[in-house]
Design a protein. Structure first.
Length: 676
């Protein structure tokens, strides 16, 4: 037993030799953390990733989809010695002595001295290196230069990776290993076939791997050099391009909406080859996330899976980025549909094990290719692929993309049969009602302009509560519940989200969609899922903008009386559910309870195909007044009818629902009008 213990101890503290090649062409990195210290601090910092440095740890939050990231440094005792908020922390690397680190924030490259905490920044790509004395070296893709703090050198080919070998800068292009010598770029090892894939420095040894496309997959070969002259072959690995699983059929039937502004129909990247998948979802598109400050919108969907599950490309494309936003658990690959430096649409697959990704930037990918496997995510029950449709521009992408649309709406083999579920919003009340000053009103005494709030969630083939996809609402009088006085679209979770760029857009969307006061506080993390939707924050169209948050439901547009207010929530598969509540308006306006007893006003044809209506007043013994409202409660027409006139005409050019309100014989008459 003692021999076995010593052997395991040596494995943990000496790690795996770097020259060993994974089947996907990467070198197995040395295990670098001190496991004993890491274990002691894990419980205390359980929401952060610990990265060992020479005198402590760098801490990054486990959830790194937010528009800003706080990087912290603690000493070996766990006391914080440094803290700074960055836009993002992308592809963080350490110098070989772990005294310096470097990372990108999507726009700039930052070099941080881990002793003095001095920071220097440069404009460049996500390809950079840091030396043992804090030397900065990076590739600027915009002007195709290798840069240091002292000089800049043009290169005529794209650079993919770089490292310091002692004091010498080594980097790889697609075909060559190169070095800098007297400010000159010198090739030291070039290929006739294939491409350079991985680059790794271990003490005084340089290791490179080469990728060659062969029938059925990729062939990876590794080489070692101690003098940058001779490169000796080490080993060879074969990676099958696709898995041997059930072949997908030609069926295009699905219960979901299959609607996409891009017109793209896609498949589940975790179950690409299956025709029917009840894919479990852990977080929905645009859902509020609150893992500390600030809250943000979830920029994609989390497809739950299992450790080392294959992830498939759902569309042919070209690799634009392979980056991580928080070390081991957050590696991601971004694949554009087309190979262009201009703006293009593509797909993001995140939370992959970096050592299983068989592609490099600029590689072409076929639909159905295995692009990696899921990493063993540290939150129990939440191994997942963060999947999103994204848009960006540039020859390389650095993480500053936007996400667009809910991909579940156009996923052809995704099935879900359970509709959203409503919860009580306040006490036993289905909904909550808040006035312009933030004061909550009693549902039996509503007046003026109000916000209407509903708490509702969805369950998509998993135990995790997620948010819904669309919300709409309607109103009818309690006396005649079958006649809708208002039928309005609220919003759909199908909008752009600006994850990494930050800015003013996402706070506006958050405050429009979600209530965030102490009474109805929206929250979303691994323990709490409370979604309080302000359903009346909408101007009725499908675009979310600053005008929506200014909207109210105006109770004064309707006579006093009892009404039924209904809210309908739907998921991406088209499953819907409804909740309702009886409310009473009190604005000292003629009572609605007698409105529909009046038979003296007739509207025809109704519905109208061309928008032309005839309004007939059966007994017009005095001057009449009329108003016509759209479903937003906006007045679109008004006028007066002189005594004795029994018929007049209205033309409504836009399709939709309208409401005629007429004061006839001292009573309000409300008639629904439809243009189709």
């Amino acid at each position: 037993m003692r021999i076995v213990f010593i052997f395991l101890f040596l494995i943990l503290f000496t790690g795996i030799r770097a020259q060993e090649l994974t089947r996907s062409g990467h070198f197995k990195r040395t295990v670098e953390e001190n496991f004993q210290i890491n274990h002691l601090l894990t419980e205390r910092f359980n929401q952060e990733r610990l990265i060992g440095i020479f005198n402590g740890f760098i801490l990054l939050p486990l959830d790194c989809e937010a528009p800003s990231v706080k990087l912290r440094i603690i000493n070996s005792s766990g006391n914080e010695v440094y803290s700074h908020v960055f836009r993002q922390v992308i592809n963080l690397i350490l110098s070989s002595n772990k005294k310096y680190c470097a990372f990108s924030d999507g726009k700039m490259i930052h070099y941080l001295d881990l002793s003095s905490f001095s920071l220097k920044s440069f404009s460049g790509s996500t390809v950079f290196a840091v030396g043992e004395n804090g030397e900065a070296a990076f590739y600027n893709d915009e002007n195709q230069t290798i840069q240091t703090e002292k000089f800049s050198i043009e290169v005529n080919e794209r650079i993919y990776k770089m490292a310091f070998l002692k004091d010498q800068i080594i980097f790889i292009s697609k075909k060559c290993v190169l070095k800098l010598d007297n400010e000159k770029v010198i090739p030291v090892f070039c290929l006739e076939e294939g491409r350079m894939f991985d680059l790794f420095v271990d003490e005084d040894n340089l290791f490179v791997s080469v990728k060659t496309e062969v029938p059925g997959g990729f062939l990876f070969e590794s080489f070692k050099s101690i003098d940058l002259v001779a490169f000796n072959f080490i080993e060879r690995q074969f990676f099958p391009r696709t898995a041997s699983v059930q072949k997908k059929g030609d069926s295009t039937f699905s219960t979901h909406l299959n609607q996409s502004a891009t017109g793209e129909i896609i498949r589940d990247p975790l179950n690409y080859n299956l025709d029917t998948v009840y894919q479990p979802i852990g977080n929905s598109y645009g859902e509020i996330q609150f893992y500390g400050n600030p809250p943000y919108l979830h920029p994609g969907v989390d497809l739950l899976g299992y450790h080392l599950q294959d992830v498939y490309a759902i569309k042919k494309g070209f690799v634009k980025a392979i980056i991580t936003t928080a070390d081991t658990f957050h590696w991601r690959i971004a694949i554009s549909n087309v190979n262009t430096p201009d703006t293009s649409i593509g797909y993001l697959y995140a939370h992959l094990d970096q050592q299983t990704i068989p592609f490099a930037v600029d590689d072409s990918v076929e639909a159905g290719d295995i692009i990696g496997q899921l990493v063993n995510f540290p939150v129990q029950g939440f191994v997942h692929c963060h999947f999103a449709r994204i848009v960006d521009s540039g020859a390389l992408w650095s993480g500053g993309w936007w996400t667009l649309e809910n991909p579940l709406s156009s996923m052809i083999n995704f099935f879900d049969t359970v509709p959203p579920q409503f919860e009580k919003t306040i006490g036993n009340d289905a909904f909550a009602f808040r006035d312009a000053s933030g004061f909550y009103l009693s549902p039996d005494s509503l007046y003026g302009q109000i916000k209407i709030i509903s708490k509702v969630h969805d369950i998509i083939n998993s135990p995790w509560k997620v948010d819904v996809n669309t919300i709409r609402y309607n109103l009818s009088s309690l006396s005649v519940p079958s006649v809708l006085l208002l039928d309005s679209f609220a919003y759909e979770y199908n909008f752009y989200t600006d994850v990494y760029p930050g800015g003013s857009y996402y706070p506006m969307v958050l405050s429009t969609l979600y209530s965030g006061d102490s009474t109805c506080f929206s929250d979303g993390d691994y323990n709490i899922r409370d979604f309080f939707h302000i359903v009346t924050n909408s101007d009725g169209n499908d675009t979310l903008d600053g005008n929506d948050s200014l909207q109210f439901f105006n109770t004064a547009n309707f006579p006093d009386g009892s009404y039924i207010f209904r809210i309908i929530a739907s998921d991406p598969s088209g499953n819907s559910s409804m909740d309702s509540m009886v409310v009473r308006f009190k604005n000292n306006i003629n009572n609605v309870d007698n409105v529909h007893q009046l038979e003296s006003v007739v509207v025809y044809p109704n519905p109208s195909k061309d928008g032309k209506f005839t309004i007939q007043i059966l007994n017009n013994n005095h001057q009449e007044e009329y108003e016509i409202y759209n479903t937003l409660g906006e007045k679109v027409f008004s006028g007066k009818i002189d005594e004795g006139i029994n018929r007049f005409y209205i033309y409504l050019p836009a399709k939709g629902f309208y409401f005629l309100r007429m004061l006839s014989g001292g009573k309000d008459a409300i008639r629904k009008m439809i243009v189709y």
